[in-house]
Ligand binder design. Sequence first.
Ligand SMILES: Nc1nc2c(ncn2[C@@H]2O[C@H](COP(=O)(O)OP(=O)(O)OP(=O)(O)O)[C@@H](O)[C@H]2O)c(=O)[nH]1
Ligand SMILES: [Mg+2]
Length: 352
Amino acid sequence: MKIGIIGMPQSGKSTLFRLLTNAQPSLGNKASIAVGKVPDPRIDRLSEIFQPRKTTYAVIDFVDLPGYGSGAGSKASEFFSAVRDVDALVLVTRAFESDTVPSANGIQPAADFNSIQQELLVADWSVLENRLERANKQRGKNPNIGPELEVLEKCKAVLEQDLPLRQLELDEEEEKLIRDFNFLTRKPLIVVINADEEQMRSGSYPQKEELEEELAQKGIPFLLISSQIEAEISELDPEDAALFMEELGISEPGIARLARAVYGYLGLISYFTVGEDEVRAWTIRAGDSARKAAGKIHSDIERGFIRAEVVSYEDFIEHGSMQKVKEKGLFRLEGKDYIVQDGDIISFRFNV
Ligand SMILES: Nc1nc2c(ncn2[C@@H]2O[C@H](COP(=O)(O)OP(=O)(O)OP(=O)(O)O)[C@@H](O)[C@H]2O)c(=O)[nH]1
Ligand SMILES: [Mg+2]
């Protein structure tokens, strides 16, 4: 899973990338990729209980993309091909005021959002036109082209209204037909409004109504985050960080919220394995079977799957030990078709 961070130049993309991944983005106009951990208080807790040698959180790959339209090197074609390559987008819009960080057209997050959205729509439109033209030429010669043309026409109707393709409902078959076109406005999108401390406290910022109305209308989730504050929090020791956050009225760093929002929005869930060696979160898709989930650990476990021994995180925490959980009959034996739930603690039985 690769998440691309996009936005206007100097909106705070690289700052966010650094916070999410602890990696340094490359300077200039090259895209950088790094792994970001998805903070999970459940893993913290399990780790406290089991005191394992190793604790492993779920991860997502983040890609810091050059600012759209920012000077030399970031040619539109390069920008778009980098964006095509990711599974979902985090779009950063600048709300923060600063005398030292220049802004081309003043602080106008709604206008910035709209102009990027517009660029993405235009890019999709040109892919669509190409495809339509090609498909139309093949009509009559290629009997399989009918269904594709139908979906493309549906896409066209949406783009003609200036709406993102995300808003188009397609069944699985239709989805397959257009998957390879990698439409940009069909990628899941989360907006981060990068605010300053003052704005975080007041909850208000320039063009707020306009932006939030637009996002609500299009069903795009958004988070108000101050990358500046997040950067400060990340440098404090845990106690001071907690005090600082309390003073700001936030219970958890925005970065943790963002990582989790992205994770959840992509339909990802975690199951856990626990033990003295390692407490670990494994990422699967909501709806995955026990057998498929086992394959995340090793293909041998998937192939030789016998059963899964499962207890939910909540049940485990409530009773405090595997022993108690077993006594209470909360330790379940599940077969290969069991649909794994978020937070299941699982031990797989298999033979090879
Ligand atoms: N005051 C203030 N400055 C910020 C904030 N977020 C980022 N900055 C500053 O704004 C400048 C640009 O931040 P970056 O994270 O590099 O922005 P970017 O979007 O990656 O910029 P480009 O890659 O050049 O498009 C840096 O000097 C940051 O320190 C913020 O919330 N408040
Ligand atoms: Mg940058």
